[in-house]
Design a protein around this ligand. Structure first.
Ligand SMILES: Cc1cc2nc3c(=O)[nH]c(=O)nc-3n(C[C@H](O)[C@H](O)[C@H](O)COP(=O)(O)O)c2cc1C
Length: 151
C-alpha cells in the first residue's frame, strides 16, 4: 500500500498531489485533513496513515521552509512507518523540500529517494498557471515510474 500526503495553502501542491495520487493509484490526503481534521491530531496519531510501502510527500516552500504542520506530521511518524519516501512539490523559485524533509525521515529510519518531482507554482504575479497540464501529466508519470520500480 502506498500513500500520498501533502500540505497546500494555496492549492498548487494539492493539484500535484492529485496527479501523483492518480499515478500511484491511491487518494491524496491533506495533512490538515487527516485524523480528526487538525494537524495537531494528525501529529499525535497519524491515525489515517497505516504502514505504507512508498510514502509520497507533497510540500511547498514558504519563506524558505516547509509548512510547520507538515514538519510536525513527519516528526510524528513511527519508526520505519514507510519503507521509502519520495518528495514532490512546488515553489516560486527552484527550491524543493528534500533537504528539509530528508533528515526528519531518516531519523525515523525511513529512507528518502534522491529523486524529487518539483515544479514552479504560481505566486503573486509569477509563474501564472503553474502547475499546468504538462506539469500534472509529468507528476503522474513520475509517480507511476516510482511505483513500478523505475526510479
Ligand atoms: C507566504 C509565502 C511565502 C513564500 N515563500 C517562498 C519562498 O521562500 N521561496 C519560493 O520559492 N517560493 C515561495 N512562495 C511561493 C510558494 O512556494 C508557491 O506559490 C507554491 O506553489 C505554493 O504552494 P501551495 O499553493 O500548494 O501552497 C511563498 C508563498 C507564500 C504564500
Amino acid at each position: 500500500m502506498n500513500a500520498v500526503i501533502y500540505v497546500s495553502k494555496g492549492g498548487n501542491t494539492r493539484k500535484l498531489a492529485d496527479a501523483v495520487a492518480k499515478g500511484a493509484g491511491v487518494k491524496a490526503q491533506s495533512v490538515a485533513g487527516t485524523a480528526a481534521g487538525t494537524a495537531a491530531a494528525a501529529a499525535d496519531g497519524t491515525a489515517n496513515l497505516a504502514q505504507v510501502d512508498i510514502l509520497f510527500i507533497g510540500a511547498s516552500i514558504y519563506a524558505g521552509k516547509i509548512n510547520k504542520d507538515l514538519r510536525q506530521f513527519l516528526q510524528a511518524l513511527k519508526e520505519k512507518q514507510a519503507a521509502k519516501a519520495v518528495v514532490f512539490g512546488t515553489s516560486a523559485g527552484g527550491k524543493n523540500a528534500l533537504a528539509e524533509i530528508k533528515p526528519v525521515l531518516e531519523s525515523r529510519g525511513i529512507p528518502v529517494s534522491p529523486e524529487v518531482f518539483h515544479c514552479k507554482g504560481s505566486f503573486l504575479c509569477v509563474n501564472s498557471g503553474r502547475p499546468n497540464a504538462e506539469d500534472l501529466a509529468q507528476a503522474e508519470e513520475f509517480a507511476r515510474r516510482v511505483c513500478n520500480g523505475g526510479l
